[in-house]
Ligand binder design. Structure first.
Ligand code: MN
Length: 479
């Protein structure tokens, strides 16, 4: 939202929080004074940028410290002010957040210098201490991407690439799908403008074709759910342009993408999700093998929903996603949903959930403990967390996230060191595979162990992709 003013921010905040407005005004005027005389490439006064960042945060119902930090986020970097000044003027939490965001801006994955690498490591491990630093940085990047048209074409490409490599994955890891989708599409638009336009045009055509069908199902579902006394809200959700591009890249045709448009059915209670599912399957014939229960098996970023694809009128296949309103909040906003649902203790819950449930946090901590060398740590984080991933299943149905190119050896060590060390073979989808088999999405993996096996051999190092597997193989082979 361009052209917003302090009043708009205050109005937005008042939608969910009635006190502390004085502190927000103070932060705004403090930042405005410090940035006085600085301008954005668009020609506007610089304060427009932090104001928009704060607005994006207020839209997520962020707490007051976070919004203050959003307003102040560029002051350490661009003006003479220090962390101590901000702590003194506001409070130590705000100062810590601003300082964290400033450091995150200096993160450099490609530098070879030791000092820069050590710095990058500190930043990566530091962001996990307060996840709000990541969220402010994402809001900052989002506004910068939305206003990228004022930058040189070199800067546009450079920022887009960095957004695609680092910030869209970060948004994904904390489950902030809305931000992730927008960041991806904005970057894609600058990286491949022709392709972006072409896909957007095709999507629009299919949309016109599908919309009447979607509306029809929507009305019918709403009515039938009403008969069962299940209150619901049903929305059309469309795949983002970059998401479509990835599918086309895997060789699918646009018409094969069955979740291009989906109907999102939201209900109050968990039991109603399954009732709604039964109802939908009675009304429309389900496509066999397309049903997924992400409620019982949440994704690694805690996304929960039921997915089914049904034969809809006019020969259309339509995906229906069913979830509770609470699950939908997590699906759209990830960890940041707690600002809205648990405003009094959101920060603590966010940190606890991050540690307990989000796989990326644990991978990061594991790598941090494993690598003494900064270069090894940084390049492994880049390879494992910021390159493409595959999702495979255990025999129990748990979902395991691994970097692209991983093999059954990586899988075995991810489950447990002993499983890796006694591994004798692997079945993927009930077929015996060689140990250098490259895992694909949705593979169901079963590891055969044998107490009397020879254990890992040196050649396994060539097959293993993850740091943890490689380290354990080395330990075993050289003891
Ligand atoms: Mn900024």
């Amino acid at each position: 939202m361009e052209g917003i003013k302090l009043e708009d921010l205050l109005t937005k905040i008042q939608e969910y929080n009635l006190d502390n407005l004085e502190e927000i005004k103070k932060a705004y005027h403090y930042a405005e004074k410090l940035h006085d005389g600085q301008f954005r490439q668009s020609g506007e006064p610089y304060i427009i940028h932090p104001l928009n960042v704060a607005y994006i945060l207020a839209d997520m119902h962020a707490d007051m410290d976070t919004i203050c930090a959003g307003l102040l986020h560029d002051t350490i970097e661009d003006t003479g002010v220090t962390k101590e000044d901000i702590a003194h003027e506001f409070n130590p939490t705000v100062a810590n957040l601003v300082d964290g965001v400033t450091k995150l801006a200096k993160m450099n994955f490609s530098s070879k210098e030791d000092q820069a690498l050590a710095n990058t490591r500190k930043i990566i491990t530091g962001i996990t201490e307060d996840v709000r630093i990541i969220i402010i940085k994402l809001a900052d990047r989002l506004h910068n991407m939305r206003t990228l048209q004022y930058k040189s074409s070199f800067k546009q490409k450079e920022n887009s690439l960095e957004t695609m490599e680092i910030f869209a994955p970060l948004a994904y890891y904390i489950g902030a799908y809305r931000i992730k989708s927008e960041l991806e599409d904005l970057s894609f638009q600058y990286l491949k403008p022709d392709l972006y336009r072409k896909i957007a045009g095709q999507k629009k055509k299919v949309e016109e074709d599908y919309l009447p069908t979607l509306k029809e199902i929507q009305t019918q579902l709403k009515t039938f759910l009403g008969y069962e006394n299940i209150a619901s809200d049903i929305k059309v959700r469309t795949k983002n342009i970059y998401g479509i591009y990835k599918r086309l890249n895997q060789g699918q045709r646009l018409s094969d993408i069955h979740d291009l448009f989906a109907l999102k059915v939201m209900v109050d209670e968990l039991v109603d999700c399954y009732k709604a599912l039964g109802l939908i399957h009675q009304l429309y014939h389900p496509v066999n093998g397309k049903f997924k229960d992400y409620i019982c098996n949440p994704k690694t970023n805690m996304y929960q929903s039921l997915h089914t694809t049904v034969f809809a009128p006019c020969d259309h296949l339509v995906q229906v996603q069913i979830r509770t309103f609470d699950m939908d909040k997590i699906a759209s906003f990830g960890l940041t949903a707690y600002w809205d649902s648990k405003p009094d203790c959101a920060r603590d819950i966010m940190q606890k959930e991050l540690k307990d449930k989000y796989q990326f946090y644990n991978s990061l901590m594991e790598m941090n403990a494993m690598f003494g060398n900064n270069q090894e740590f940084v390049s492994q984080v880049k390879r494992e967390l910021f390159s493409e991933t595959v999702y495979v299943y255990t025999t129990k149905g748990d979902i395991i996230e691994l970097p692209k190119g991983s093999t059954p050896i990586d899988f075995a060590y991810r489950i447990h060191t002993d499983i890796g060390n006694t591994m004798a073979g692997a079945f993927v989808n009930d077929e015996l595979v060689p140990l250098n088999y490259v895992l694909k999405n949705k593979d169901r993996v079963r590891i055969i162990t044998d107490e009397l096996s020879f254990g890992p051999r040196d050649e396994w190092l060539e097959y293993a992709k993850t740091a943890s597997a490689r380290k354990r193989i080395r330990e075993f082979c050289h003891r």
